[in-house]
Write a protein that binds this ligand. Structure first.
Ligand SMILES: *Cc1c(COP(=O)(O)O)cnc(C)c1O
Length: 212
């Protein structure tokens, strides 16, 4: 933490609970995990029905527009806002529920074919376009770095996201906060934190290897 030069800043841990059963999640909650992350709507709502408000729910996976209605009033934060059609639906459903939906823009920094997210150059135009959606708040940025043996090789990904975040912050948009940088998973979170992450998403590091 010394290296990041932000000794006092809090780092929020999202326990990634995809494929993890409710019993194990309750155990994690009892030892202090407050935030849980799911990447599938059906799994999230199923767990929400059992666990309820003992946890805050984070949608961290690709979100289909037609499923927004199932989670709009259940999630604390959507990490995967990556296109106009989704913004439109989120805004519509948030409005219907009389709430402001908190989101992160997902950025595909490394431009991997297999991953969702906006390219770095498209993020600012996107943020400007969604300013018309008054029920969406942009709280920051999220990225999933490529999987590599040595996470030093992807330090640049986290650095680029942090720099983009600073650039956006300086523009002082009304509908944007830029207080969250959601980056870093089990394999690479130490590097992500050094580069400014204040929200990390940990699955296997907390719950062990997933059985799909
Ligand atoms: C599964 C997943 C994680 C957690 O990955 P681990 O390597 O198990 O820590 C983090 N973020 C997203 C978006 C995921 O889908």
């Amino acid at each position: 933490m010394e290296k990041s030069g932000r000794k006092d800043e809090k780092i929020e841990i999202i326990g990634v609970t995809k494929t993890v059963d409710v019993e194990q999640i309750n155990e994690a909650i009892s030892i202090g995990i407050k935030n849980i992350g799911e990447n599938r709507v059906q799994e999230l709502t199923k767990k929400y029905d059992i666990i309820g408000d003992k946890a805050n729910y984070h949608m961290i996976g690709h979100l289909q527009s037609n499923k927004v209605k199932y989670i709009i009033d259940k999630v604390e934060l959507i990490h995967s806002l990556d296109r106009m059609s989704l913004a439109k639906e989120l805004n519509k459903r948030a409005k219907m529920n009389d709430l402001i939906i908190n989101t992160l823009i997902q950025v595909n920094v490394a431009e991997e074919e297999s991953k969702h997210g906006l390219k770095v150059d498209n993020v600012i135009p996107f943020i400007e376009k969604i300013s018309k959606y008054h029920n969406i708040k942009v709280k920051g940025l999220m990225t999933i770095a490529p999987y590599v043996e040595n996470p030093e090789d992807i330090r640049w990904v986290f650095r680029d996201l942090r720099e983009l975040s600073s650039t956006i912050k300086a523009k002082d948009y009304k509908h944007v906060d830029m207080e969250i940088l959601s980056m870093g998973m089990t394999n690479d979170y130490t590097i992500a934190i050094e580069e400014g992450a204040n929200m990390i998403r940990i699955g296997t590091g907390l719950f062990g290897k997933r059985n799909y």
